[in-house]
Ligand binder design. Structure first.
Ligand code: APR
Ligand code: ZN
Ligand code: ZN
Length: 361
């Protein structure tokens, strides 16, 4: 059987997205059909629509989602119809070299649904990050579904599927922030604000939020930042050093994705500290640093891909913290919108007060 559902499609480079009826096949072996309840709007969706990821139009956008499994293919045992799940874009294989070495968060061979979803005329769709969840239903690999407690709000839970997990994971997984550490977070949009929250969860003693927008800094403060620095009027490197007894922070998380802010992160960290790059740069960006400083300052320069998360380990744990009132995921849901409001959400994305616009179905 094929399901006809409404979905948001990007048909060509830079063209506004359109709401269309698409065909979603019944799940085959290893696949699951998920009824989407909520899906956040992420920068990556906009990058797809701008042709910045690749040219495989038309794209079925949306990838920060939660919903309920409607049906599964034969041989699927990990999830069952009725399960409330968060979708992930890293269904680890279990067999590649990274998985075999016990580091599945680096899995080289993550999988997606094998069957294609199509436009009404049969044209195959490319689902964003192998998900495509600005749709009433989507088809994914069963491993892309992580079951979590049904008591969580879908709008909040879905955000763990991408940006919020990236930020929390940058702090707790990649940066290894620990009790008593000093942390600076440069860029406090959805990802950076989540890094503030992750640092707080991990017991950091000092959490310095840096942004060029006071609204973002206010939010970061509400989410646990102990100090804020507006980098418009102040040199953030000096400010971070001053706030850390002249040393710099133990961990500096860069959540903008630009060479200038990366350099600030590099110099704002203590000797032998850690820099975590979670902001995503564009292909033309270049970084120049004195190699002697890279050597002499020691420590670790790391990048954080999807927060080095392991969905099966991290999603249920974070949802439990959320339900206990120890992790405020609702704070990231700035507004809930309808499927046909995505263009407006793209426009608002860089505005001061939006952490995430979330489509609720
Ligand atoms: N110094 C400090 N903060 C800055 C600077 C700067 N020079 N330039 C921009 N910012 C701030 C913005 O004000 C904004 O609050 O960085 C933040 C970026 O946040 P968003 O645009 O909301 O992006 P977000 O979803 O948080 O993602 C951040 O991570 O996943 C990647 O592609 C994503 O590269 C992006 C980054
Ligand atoms: Zn693997
Ligand atoms: Zn995303």
């Amino acid at each position: 059987m094929t399901h006809q559902v409404r979905a948001v499609v990007a048909r060509g480079k830079g063209a506004p997205v359109s709401l269309e009826t698409i065909n979603v096949p019944d799940p085959g072996p290893g696949e699951a059909l998920v009824k989407i309840e909520a899906c956040g709007v992420c920068h990556t969706d906009l990058h797809y629509r701008e042709g910045g990821i690749n040219d495989e139009f038309p794209f079925l956008l949306g990838h920060e989602a939660a919903g309920v499994v409607e049906s599964v293919g034969e041989d699927v045992t990990d999830v069952a119809p009725g399960d409330f799940v968060i979708l992930n874009w890293r269904a680890v294989c279990g067999n590649c070299r990274a998985c075999q070495r016990g580091r599945p968060w680096y899995c080289f061979s993550t999988h997606n649904a094998k069957q294609k979803m199509t436009l009404a005329d049969g044209t195959e769709l490319s689902p964003a990050l192998g998900i495509g969840a600005f749709a009433e239903k989507t088809l994914v690999a069963a491993g892309q579904c992580t079951k979590v407690d049904r008591a969580a709000s879908a709008a909040a839970a879905g955000l763990l599927g991408c940006g919020v997990m990236a930020g929390i994971g940058a702090a707790i997984n990649t940066g290894n922030v620990g009790r008593g550490d000093s942390v600076a977070v440069i860029g406090c949009g959805g990802v950076g604000a989540a890094a503030v929250v992750g640092s707080n969860l991990a017991g950091a003693a000092k959490i310095i939020a840096v942004d060029i927008d006071d609204l973002k800094l206010n939010t970061a403060e509400k989410l646990g930042a102990t100090h804020t620095v507006n980098a418009k009027g102040t040199d953030p490197v000096e400010a971070i050093r001053e706030l850390t007894g002249g040393f710099g922070a133990d961990v500096v998380i860069e959540a903008v994705g630009r060479p200038e802010t990366y350099k600030q992160a590099f110099y704002a960290r203590d000797l032998a500290g850690t820099v975590v790059l979670v902001g995503v740069p564009t292909p033309e960006m270049k970084l120049e640093l004195p190699l002697l400083d890279v050597f002499g300052r020691g420590g670790a320069l790391k990048s954080s891909w999807y927060g080095d998360c392991l969905p099966s380990r991290d999603f249920p744990m974070l949802i439990d913290l959320y339900l206990q009132g120890r992790l405020d995921l609702d704070a990231f849901v700035t507004e809930t919108i309808a499927l046909d409001d995505i263009e407006k959400a793209f426009e608002r994305m860089h505005g001061g007060d939006v952490l995430r616009s979330v489509v609720v179905l």
